[in-house]
Structure formats: structure tokens, C-alpha cells
Write a protein that binds this ligand. Sequence first.
Ligand SMILES: [Zn+2]
Length: 258
Amino acid sequence: MKGGVDLGGTKIQAVIVGDDHEVLGAARHPTPLKGGPADIAAAMAEAMGAAAEQAGAPPSDLDGVGVGSPGAVDSRAGTVSQARNLAGWEGTYPLGARLAKSLGTRVLVDNDVRVAVRAEYLLGAGKGFDSILGAFWGTGVGGGIILNGEPWFGRGAAGEIGHMVIKDGGARCGCGRRGCVEAYAGRGAMEAKARRLVKRGHKTKLFELMKRANRPRLTSGVWAKALDGGDAMAEELMLRAVEALAAGIASAVNLLDV
Ligand SMILES: [Zn+2]
């Protein structure tokens, strides 16, 4: 049995899987929004413990635990730095060592998008292909590349499909440049655009739905509800996002031919 933890800005998802990757236990806990890395690590250990209990084994019986984390991850050292959408995580924290100590088993930490691309390659949408391009659409837009069975890191930052420029001089991106895919398709950028439109007097149900769902942000669920209800602004911004993603992905495919 192995454990897996996905550390996100709003939730911590833990699973226990068997030899055929079948899910034997799962737990989802909210990510602490106050405190710092130590509090988040404690919540991760707790979620892992709950999943392990469901699977009927203490965490120390696991062959190991894999962690997908946002931020800059040094997987050899097991450290996570500058995970800016997590509370108080500007510096470097030894997440792997801390979790290994509280769970009593070995822990491997890597970047969330990197492990997700690898999982799709081995078990999911990329199964059966030698080379793949992975694109992950969330608060930002991340990606990863596997070429002939090997992950391609470039000099360390390869696969940043969210920062492919699809419109010269276009919308301002969080990275400081203009016209990146993420500036149109990142959930953060989409929310900022919706807020600007509302300020200018445009109408939408997005923020009302957000309040009703008791969310501080426009989550995927809020967008889905607005789209289901035929909200014109949600439809327009979603179409704009899909067009930006499509242009970025098509350009990357032209280059890589994966
Ligand atoms: Zn950018």
C-alpha cells in the first residue's frame, strides 16, 4: 500500500492505493489558511492518517507516501519554497522530512504539476504514448512535458505553457509580461477580469453564487453553476479562456509534435 497527498490552496486530498492503484482509503481536509508550513504539514499528516484508517492500516505500514505540492520543490532535499498561495510559505520548509517523521514512513515530495503529468503518462490520458504534453488549468495554468519516456525539465522551468504568449501586447499576466495564456485562462485572472467588468457596471450572477456557496473566490464550482444558469459574462470569459488555452496548446503541439 502507498499513500498520496495533493496539497492545494483550499484543500488537502489524501489517498491510500493498493498494488493496482485501486483506492483503498481517501480523506479531504481544508488547507489551513492561517499559520504557516508547520500547520499545513500537520493538517496533511492528519488527512493521511484519516485515509489510512479507512484503509485499515497505520501510516507507518505504508511502503511510502508521495506528495504533490505547489511552489518550487527540491525533490531530492524534500523541501518546498515560495508556495505563495499557501499561508506563510514564502521561505523554504522541509516538508518531506517533517511528514516522514510524523507518518513513520518514507516520503517523496515533488511539484504538483510534475507528478500529475507523470501519473497521466503512466496511468491516465497519456497511457500508451511515448511523449506527452500535459496542461493543467486551475488558479494558474501549468504544464509538463514527457519526451520519449523521460520528463523534460529544460534548465528547470520547462513546460510553463501558461506563459506562452498568445497575444502580443495583450492582457497583463502575473509574471509581469503581457499576453500570456494564463492572463486569459488562469482562474485568478478570470476572476480579476470579472471584478473589473462588474466595477464598470456589467451584470453577472458570479459573485452572488460565490457568496451563496460561502466561498471567498470564484471556484470551479461557482463558474460551473453560473454557466449552467446561462450567465452571459461567465460564458464570455470562459470562451475567452478556452480560446487562449487552445492557441497556446496548439502552438506547443506544433513545436513538439507530441
Ligand atoms: Zn505570464
